[in-house]
Ligand binder design. Structure first.
Ligand SMILES: Cc1cc2nc3c(=O)[nH]c(=O)nc-3n(C[C@H](O)[C@H](O)[C@H](O)COP(=O)(O)OP(=O)(O)OC[C@H]3O[C@@H](n4cnc5c(N)ncnc54)[C@H](O)[C@@H]3O)c2cc1C
Length: 400
């Protein structure tokens, strides 16, 4: 029997029930925070990762040879769907989903030995240093340069929008090691210790008044040559592999299932002209349309998973799921804010910090709903903006 036939033998329904049972054992206060979009700190995310580690599922999708469970694409999808729906926190992807797979695919043996165990145990936290001012959609235009000096690269430049780098021990960066005619050719993939002298982090406070993203400045930071992943100048190839992983994940179907359920509850508990909002014609239609879009997205994701199970690479579908998933998230959040009515006027980020805190206006849920709405405006930008995804579809699916 081949490896792949063993993997396909897993009963999806039994696995789904196993994940569902597991999700119910997550700490109640953590689920409460997630369900209500309250503020999560690093300790909250770590506590989730520790529960996953204890269950042996922290890197379920990695090959068994690197400490994973060899999950099939279907198992991975079921896991994400069920845990998100049940109120598990966002599985911060920079270590387990992004740099980990890059390292076991393209890294040296000593990089695998050094970094993979520490990702699995959450000892090392990673951040993603791709985007720069002027190089987001046009990533190949990045200018942070790494100049070889003996056994080191000397890195100078700036990254931006770097999520949770304030918590990170390491950052993986795309840097320019050479000027080439094709800008993609001179890019390399470097692992940089955040404790290195010459690194400065400047917080960016977004319109939800939270500190999730940052600017990172590198001023002649010395990085040992052994921290180069793969070939010098090969970074663009590794970056593309990583980005395609990112797009499939951002459909976030399980999260939308959870948010739709909240919207349903809110619409049942809120009254308009003496009857529940969910029975008010225009709102009922809006709710029904959102549920239909969710169903279609979920079906599309399962089709893409079936393709992946058959060994086919995601093509334009990854972009389609990113567009539809992010738009759905935003529209559900907007419907929730509308359902709040006047209580949606007041937003104070401090209300997100305390569990059970009642804001000045409206129900306990109001601050979390508003934060989700404000933060979610970025969903159509990060992971490759939706306009860029439409360009990809035009090229791959329509041949334009
Ligand atoms: C909350 C958040 C978290 C993020 N986290 C990270 C992170 O951890 N690490 C990281 O490296 N990056 C991160 N990013 C950056 C993200 O990947 C970029 O913001 C994204 O790629 C867009 O790039 P940009 O912001 O430079 O916008 P630009 O590329 O300047 O685009 C501006 C606008 O022009 C449109 N546009 C640009 N080019 C085209 C085109 N060719 N055709 C049509 N329209 C076009 C875009 O769609 C967009 O609407 C994050 C961003 C956000 C908002």
């Amino acid at each position: 029997m081949t490896d792949s036939s063993v993997r396909r033998a897993v009963d999806p329904q039994a696995f789904r029930e196993e994940v569902r049972d597991f999700a119910l054992t997550l700490p109640g206060d953590l689920r409460h925070k997630v369900m209500n979009n309250l503020k999560l700190e690093k300790a909250d995310y770590v506590s989730y990762l520790k529960v996953l580690e204890a269950r042996g599922w922290i890197v379920g999708h990695w090959p068994a040879a690197y400490g994973g469970c060899d999950w099939t694409p279907l198992q991975r999808f079921i896991f994400e769907e069920e845990t998100s729906e049940a109120g598990a926190p966002w599985l911060i992807p920079f270590g387990v989903n992004y740099v980990g797979p890059i390292l076991y695919t393209f890294g040296s043996q000593s990089q695998k030995d050094r970094f993979l165990p520490r990702i699995r145990s959450s000892e090392d936290w990673w951040a993603q240093g791709y985007s720069e001012p002027g190089a987001g959609s046009d990533l190949a235009g990045l200018r942070t340069r790494a100049v070889r000096d003996g056994d080191h690269y000397v890195v100078t430049g700036q990254k931006i929008w770097t999520t949770y780098v304030q918590w990170a021990d390491w950052i993986f960066c795309l840097v320019r090691t050479r000027q080439e005619d094709r800008p993609q050719k001179g890019i390399s993939f470097l692992l940089i210790d955040m404790k290195s002298p010459g690194i400065t982090i400047r917080p960016i406070i977004t319109m939800d008044m939270c500190h999730d993203v940052n600017e990172v400045f590198f001023d002649e930071v010395r990085v040992p040559v052994e921290n180069l992943v793969g070939e010098e100048g090969g970074g663009w190839t590794y970056a593309k592999v990583l980005l395609s992983n990112e797009r499939v994940l951002v459909a976030e179907v399980g999260r939308s299932t959870r948010q739709l359920r909240r919207l349903d509850k809110l619409a049942a508990e809120t009254s308009r002209n003496g009857k529940p909002l969910r029975d008010y014609g225009p709102f009922a239609r809006r709710l029904a349309e959102l549920k239909l879009r969710h169903f279609v997205l979920q079906s599309t994701c399962y089709q893409a998973v079936a393709e992946a199970m058959a060994g086919n690479e995601p093509g334009a579908e990854a972009s389609l799921m990113k567009i539809r998933g992010s738009e759905l998230q935003q529209d559900i959040a907007e419907a929730m804010v509308d359902a709040l009515g006047l209580a949606g006027i007041v937003y104070d980020a401090a209300d997100l910090a305390e569990m059970g805190h009642t804001p000045a206006e409206g129900p306990f849920e109001a601050p979390g709903i508003l934060k989700d709405h404000l933060h979610g405006r970025a969903a159509t930008i990060y992971g490759g903006s939706n306009e860029i995804q439409r360009n990809i579809i035009a090229k791959l699916a329509l041949g334009l």
